[in-house]
Design a protein around this ligand. Structure first.
Ligand SMILES: Cc1ncc(COP(=O)(O)O)c(C=O)c1O
Length: 421
């Protein structure tokens, strides 16, 4: 017998775009072992980082068995391990100059869960209120967290063309202001942005902070790829935090997505509410991620790794992927790549392409290349936008040979698509 699901149960438990896409990607990978995976958000297996995690693990077992035993046998408080929160706050004071304390730190079971909690806390489930995303496109994972059609609102990024084959989105502040309303519950963006690699400028950030202050709503900055770690950010960017900002930092893109651990830095009232929600939903967090990371926050190891290992690794991969794709596409098609200022994706805009990105995704899958069609990242728009069917997200964290082959096949399909027009 199939039980009757509640409206909320049907909404959260039912199919949705991102789940269908993820299932499709998973199926394709399992049935085609030769599939070139340029579609996921997994971090790269960086040998130096993997060695570091193994060393940390060994040290915990061999040198600090008591700490390991305590981590395994105890539930932590729902806001996270008390010592970890203190160490994290001291790390952020030291490395970022933030005036935060342990009471401003909530450890949560991954950034994805943190964003769901924030959505429930600020927007809620009864309809009416909404989270406002200043630049569409933005992270696909936010898209299905709004429980009502109006729970998410976004503003199309303003496109600046930079030379023949580059472009960059900026915040269209005029349209953003027009989109604000008493129902606006918060402003939210990922920086560097998944999927585009965009990093908002210091001026844009100042304006956003000002706007959030005026509206008396929080500004949520999702730093899954950026500062202070993993540091996959290729332009100067000063991480900011103060009253009214909710910063999200995750262990995942350091190479630890399996540990499901992230940190929110926020005003005490927000931290307390998130911790209370966490006790309702999860009782406590997994604490092994905190145990592994803590010693690296106490000295300069993590910052050094971000600067000397992680950032150069992804920057090299980005340069490689851009060079392969640019060469393969040549000047034959009117493509443009978003300025890749961080994260680990190329965002390819196929201007006026006669074939949609959804159809290109299907054709590429047949040729054993997986990418993510761009339209999923344009949630919350007021009006349809042709641009949303003209973009693809391409991950470059996989080994170079895979990236090269995948991009060469992609370029062939793109040329064929334009030839159909
Ligand atoms: C921008 C962004 N935010 C948040 C997340 C969620 O990551 P996690 O739940 O692993 O911390 C991701 C994952 O890919 C992401 O790309």
């Amino acid at each position: 017998m199939k039980p009757v699901f509640s409206d909320l149960g049907a909404k959260l438990g039912g199919p949705c775009g991102i789940q269908e896409l993820m299932d499709d990607l998973g199926q394709a990978l399992s049935t085609h072992p030769n599939m070139r995976m340029l579609g996921g958000g997994n971090p790269a297996a960086i040998p130096e980082m993997q060695a570091l995690w193994r060393d940390q693990w060994r040290a915990l077992v061999d040198e600090e068995p008591d700490r390991l035993d305590r981590a395994l046998v105890n539930y932590d408080p729902p806001a996270g391990n008390t010592r970890f929160r203190e160490v994290m706050a001291a790390f952020l004071q030291r490395e970022c100059g933030w005036s935060c304390e342990a009471k401003n730190i909530a450890v949560l079971p991954g950034g994805q869960a943190a964003f769901f909690y924030l959505q429930m806390l600020l927007v809620g489930g009864s309809g009416g209120r909404q989270m406002l995303y200043p630049i569409a496109p933005d992270y696909i994972g936010y898209a299905n967290q709004g429980l009502h059609a109006e729970s998410l609102a976004s503003v199309p990024g303003q496109i600046e063309q930079r030379g023949a084959h580059r472009f960059k989105y900026h915040i269209d502040f005029e349209r953003l202001r027009a989109r604000l309303s008493p129902q606006t519950a918060g402003l939210c963006l990922s920086c560097p942005t998944n999927p585009t690699g965009n990093v908002v400028s210091a001026e844009e950030l100042d304006q956003l902070r000002e706007l959030a202050r005026e509206q008396r709503v929080p500004l949520i900055l999702d730093q899954a790829y950026g500062m202070p770690f993993p540091g996959a950010i290729y332009v100067d960017w000063k991480p900011v935090w103060d009253e009214g900002i909710i910063a999200s930092i995750s262990l995942s893109k350091l190479g630890l997505p399996g540990l499901r651990t992230s940190v929110i830095v926020a005003d005490e009232s927000v931290v307390t509410a998130l911790a209370n929600m966490n006790s309702v939903v999860a009782l406590a967090n997994g604490n092994i991620g905190q145990a592994l990371l803590q010693p690296l926050l106490e000295d300069a190891t993590l910052t050094r790794c971000a600067r000397e290992v992680i950032r150069p690794f992804y920057q090299r991969r980005r340069d490689f992927a851009e060079a392969v794709l640019s060469e393969a596409l040549g000047d034959a098609v009117p493509y443009a790549l978003h300025e890749s200022q961080g994260a680990f994706f190329l965002w390819l805009w196929l201007r006026d392409c006669p074939v949609t990105s959804a159809e290109l995704y299907r054709r590429l899958k047949e040729r054993e290349v997986l990418v993510v069609p761009g339209h999923y990242f344009f949630f919350g728009l007021e009006e349809a936008w042709q641009h949303q069917h003209e973009c693809l997200r391409i991950t470059y964290s996989q080994p170079e040979a895979v990236v090269r082959e995948g991009l060469q096949i992609l370029a062939e399909e793109v040329r064929k698509a334009y030839a159909e027009g």
